[in-house]
Design a protein around this ligand. Structure first.
Ligand code: V55
Ligand code: FE
Length: 492
């Protein structure tokens, strides 16, 4: 086995752990609220093998599905590799065979034509099934009870798109899953597939359209009336891929776009609205209708947050100097030629979460991760961009109220999951993994799962679940309550 590179993609909380394990009854400090019954699933990229290239990146690591299972006040932890075609080919060979991030021209010839997706970005629950997703391929179904991989998911053969987003949106009233896939017709194609699956998980619609340029569409939003595709100028180029280069390069001088169409309409009804030049967004918080107005809340930054996408575009900007803000874009759909009105909503940050019940609707509060302006010392290295967030922000977009929970000095925090309460006057809870340095060693840390009152994060955690080990950084997660788990289509 070769050595892992010594870059930000493989140190700190990006240190490969590669442990498939099950631990019952983790140590709990404090008391877990009785309503927290179910599973917090997390997507954890973690290399099964040392990469082929020294300059490999954390987004190119094998997907692992992790689960904190909450039962009767006790918590168990399990983590397993997603057994993708790629994982299995490399497992057999006992070495990496797939090359650079999303560049098949850099692979070992022995795996030509083998599906490259890593299923490492988001656990998605829909129609009684659990999927692990990555935007470069189709999702993989996972048995939510055993974490075993069931297989690739194509809606019983109905799906035409080669790709499926890691950020579909579920309508809380209809139970439908709205999704898309970009590069749907192949590498660097402009094709986007826009699909809807009904509440039981049957594909009811799939339409294709083309985007203005081949961009990385990481997320999208729905409202009660619209499906909305924000497009930012980080682009792919087939010739660059063929010469062994990067899939993505940010283009600082190119405009952004918003594609907006009736969510049950035809793609031919899509309106394209030009947005600001050079900006970048990976995640939208939410969107909603307000009469003829549509509000879209985004984690906006002036350039791409990933260093490797900036560098490929010739942009030289240190991570800590990037400016951004939680931003609201408002579009007046009664206008023949609508424009984007922009205003700031909150501090910069990313990895937003919203109560499932508020998807596509006006919302009281949302949460996301940020940097604590008062933190002393450097951030804990690791995570998708190489430095971990160290604060959890709660925002009320209606009145601009912002509240923050900072983590201890040198610690990092991962995307929270929201657990609703059956008491409508209670905002529920957030579950979030916090990685806390063990003094004095600077790169050695312990991972804890913090339980925080969603409406009162500044109070700090009301309970902590101690894993006793260091977990590799997650990307996204999903909360699935006990009732839904019990009604899953795949049985234990
Ligand atoms: C993201 C994560 C990915 C990816 C593209 O968080 C974008 C953004 C974990 O993989 O491939
Ligand atoms: Fe994401």
């Amino acid at each position: 086995m070769g050595a892992f590179p010594n870059s930000i993609h493989f140190i700190g909380t990006n240190t490969p752990r590669r442990l498939e394990l099950s631990v019952r009854n983790l140590e709990v400090e404090g008391e877990i609220p009785a309503e927290i019954e179910g599973a917090f699933f997390r997507a954890v990229p973690d290399n099964a093998h040392a990469p082929m290239f020294e300059d490999d990146i954390a987004l190119n690591a094998d997907g692992m599905i992790a689960r904190f299972n909450f039962e009767k006040g006790a918590v168990d932890y399990d983590i397993r590799y997603v057994e993708t075609e790629r994982y299995k080919a490399e497992k057999d060979a006992r070495r990496a065979l797939f090359g650079r991030y999303r560049n098949p021209f850099t692979d070992d010839p022995s795996v030509e034509g083998v599906d490259r997706t890593l299923a490492n970005t988001t656990p998605v629950w829909h129609g009684g099934r659990l999927f692990m997703t990555k935007e470069d391929g189709r999702g993989y179904e996972i048995n939510p009870h055993t974490l075993e991989t069931v297989g690739k998911w194509d809606y019983y053969g109905a799906l035409k798109s080669e790709t499926f987003t890691a950020h579909p949106r579920v309508d809380p009233q209809t139970g439908e899953l709205f999704f898309f896939g970009y590069e749907a017709g192949g590498l660097c194609s402009l094709d986007i597939a826009y699909g809807i699956a009904d509440k039981d998980g049957n594909l009811t619609s799939e339409q294709w359209f083309k985007q203005p340029y081949c961009s990385t569409i990481h997320d999208f939003v729905i409202t009660e009336k619209y499906a909305i595709f924000p497009i930012f100028p980080t682009t792919a180029d087939l010739d660059r891929l063929k010469s062994g280069g990067a899939h993505w390069a940010h283009q600082q001088d190119l405009e952004s776009w918003v594609g907006i169409m009736p969510r049950y309409g035809k793609v031919e009804e899509m309106k394209w609205i030009k947005g600001p030049v050079g900006v970048s967004v990976f995640h939208e918080v939410n969107a909603y209708d307000d009469g003829d107005l549509v509000h879209i809340d985004l984690c906006l930054s002036e350039t791409n947050a990933f260093a490797f996408m900036r560098e490929a575009g010739g942009i030289d900007k240190p991570q800590q100097e990037i400016q951004g803000a939680l931003t609201r874009w408002t579009i007046d759909m009664s206008k023949a030629d609508p424009e984007i009105q922009e205003r700031p909503l909150g501090p910069p940050g990313d990895l937003p979460r919203l109560p499932d019940a508020d998807q596509g609707r006006p919302y009281r509060a949302a949460w996301y991760l940020s940097m604590n302006p008062e933190a002393k010392g450097p951030p804990l290295l690791g995570g998708p961009v190489g430095a971990n967030f160290n604060a959890l922000v709660r925002i009320e977009p209606g009145n601009g109220r912002v509240e923050m929970m900072a983590v201890p000095p040198g610690a990092g925090i991962s995307e929270p999951a929201h657990v609703p309460s059956s008491d409508s006057s209670h905002g529920g809870w957030l579950l979030s993994v916090v990685d806390i340095p063990n003094s004095p060693a600077p790169h050695d840390y312990s991972s804890e799962l913090w339980i925080v009152e969603a409406d009162n994060p500044a109070k700090g955690p009301i309970a902590k679940v101690k894993t006793g080990i260091a977990l590799r950084s997650q990307v996204h997660g999903a909360w699935v309550g006990r009732e839904r788990l019990n009604a899953s289509k795949v049985k234990p």
